[in-house]
Design a protein around this ligand. Structure first.
Ligand SMILES: C[S@@+](CC[C@H](N)C(=O)[O-])C[C@H]1O[C@@H](n2cnc3c(N)ncnc32)[C@H](O)[C@@H]1O
Ligand code: SF4
Length: 373
């Protein structure tokens, strides 16, 4: 059912984008339930560029936001932190589903807290989608001779070097996380095999330079464990200009490699940076960001921004204003064109094209990078 609804939604979205028609009220919400995190990934801009407040959304703010949402189609309960750290995450999921039974509710997690008790809670809820972020797998037992880690200060750090040799700037992946994921997927897939509702679980992988082998291992891992899909994501370095991302040609090759491997293993793989004809049509060949027609980002304080990457660009607050007031303000409409909004200049997070110049200074607001949904 969720799948049919999604195909219908995607079809309508494409038609809207092709016709450059913005919705009357947004139906896709990303809610920053917390900015606290149990990790501190080097690539993540939360404490560098964004300097997010490390707090949870309060019950009062959540209630206000829930009260303002009108027939939401999807809610992603993830901001710049780890959603499973919010003590009321499951109550929030229940509250959204009680009010909007048809709404697809999901979140993105680093997987470190997916112990069996947590898995039980997730699978007993009407969760539609869980994205799990992973850039590396432990090398032991997998390869006789893993690649040598580069010489740098992190070499001796077991969380940033050692087993994590290629993507050590992404999520660290101790063997414990692999065990959690094996159990999570096994439980999820057993539910689905019994015909019971089960979330779609996707593997989300940020692409690093020299990671061809790692990416193929991750695709195999996704297929072996029975993930429903894999999503590969462009590394954005504006929050950490000292990091390097794959050049466009290498990125293209990594995506092609991942696609070929995924096809051979029978697991769907997508990338928002590798536009097929449909996305090219929707984005008017990169002249338009596909995030902007039906979506809002709501931060821990109820402030509304046009995108997760522009969380500092406040266009209103749902504690004080209705969604319509915020969405239909001239300032918000300006993001929809004509032309690219100055705050979006230099951002290629959701683009097919690749910007060579990536600095944290692009645009007029605290622009950051990465894909947080
Ligand atoms: C900010 S995290 C929040 C959710 C959770 N803590 C996690 O890591 O999955 C959401 C997504 O942003 C991605 N991300 C973080 N930094 C990024 C960067 N510099 N470039 C691209 N994606 C990034 C992560 O890989 C993750 O999939
Ligand atoms: S990417 Fe996710 S896990 Fe890593 S520091 Fe950022 S919010 Fe935390």
């Amino acid at each position: 059912m969720d799948r049919i609804r999604r195909i219908y939604r995607d079809g309508r979205k494409l038609a809207r984008l092709a016709l450059k028609k913005r919705v009357d009220l947004p139906r896709e919400f990303q809610i920053e339930v917390t900015n606290r995190c149990n990790l501190d990934c080097d690539m993540c801009p939360r404490l560098t560029l964004l300097k997010v407040p490390e707090v949870d959304m309060t019950q009062e703010t959540f209630d206000a936001v829930l009260g303002r949402m009108d027939a939401p189609e999807s809610v992603t309960l993830t901001g710049w932190g780890e959603p499973l750290m919010h003590p009321r995450l499951f109550e929030y999921i229940d509250a959204i589903k009680a009010k909007h039974p048809d709404c697809a509710v999901g979140f993105t997690t680093n997987g470190h807290l997916l112990a069996p008790g947590m898995v039980k809670k997730i699978l007993s809820r009407p969760v539609s989608r869980v994205n799990v972020s992973l850039e590396e797998l432990p090398w032991e037992n997998a390869l006789a001779a893993p690649p040598e880690p580069p010489e740098d200060a992190r070499r001796g750090n077991p969380m940033k070097g050692g087993d994590n040799r290629v993507a050590r700037d992404g999520h660290p992946t101790p063997p414990k996380v692999v065990d959690h994921l094996k159990h999570f997927l096994a439980e999820r897939n057993a539910l689905a095999a019994r015909g019971e509702p089960a979330p779609e679980i996707r593997l989300q992988v940020v692409l690093f330079p020299d990671s061809a082998e790692t990416v193929q291992r991750l695709v195999d891992f996704g297929a072996d464990l029975g993930f429903q899909a894999i999503n590969v994501v462009r590394l954005d370095v504006r929050g950490r200009p000292d990091l390097t991302r794959p050049e466009p040609e290498e990125e293209r090759q990594l995506i092609a490699l991942a696609r070929a491997r995924a096809k051979a293993r029978g697991i769907p793989l997508g990338s928002v940076n590798d536009h097929g004809w449909a996305l090219r049509l929707g984005s008017h060949n990169d002249r338009f960001c596909m995030r902007l027609d039906n979506y809002v980002y709501v931060d821990v304080a109820g402030n509304v921004a046009p995108c997760c990457l522009l969380r500092g660009h406040h266009l209103g607050n749902l504690r004080e204003q209705t969604l319509g007031e915020v969405w239909n303000s001239a300032e918000f409409k300006r993001f929809y064109g004509p032309g690219i909004h100055p705050a979006c200049e230099g951002c290629d997070a959701f683009m097919h094209g690749y910007h060579h110049e990536t600095t944290g200074k692009a645009g007029t607001s605290p622009v950051t990078q990465g894909s947080v949904s």
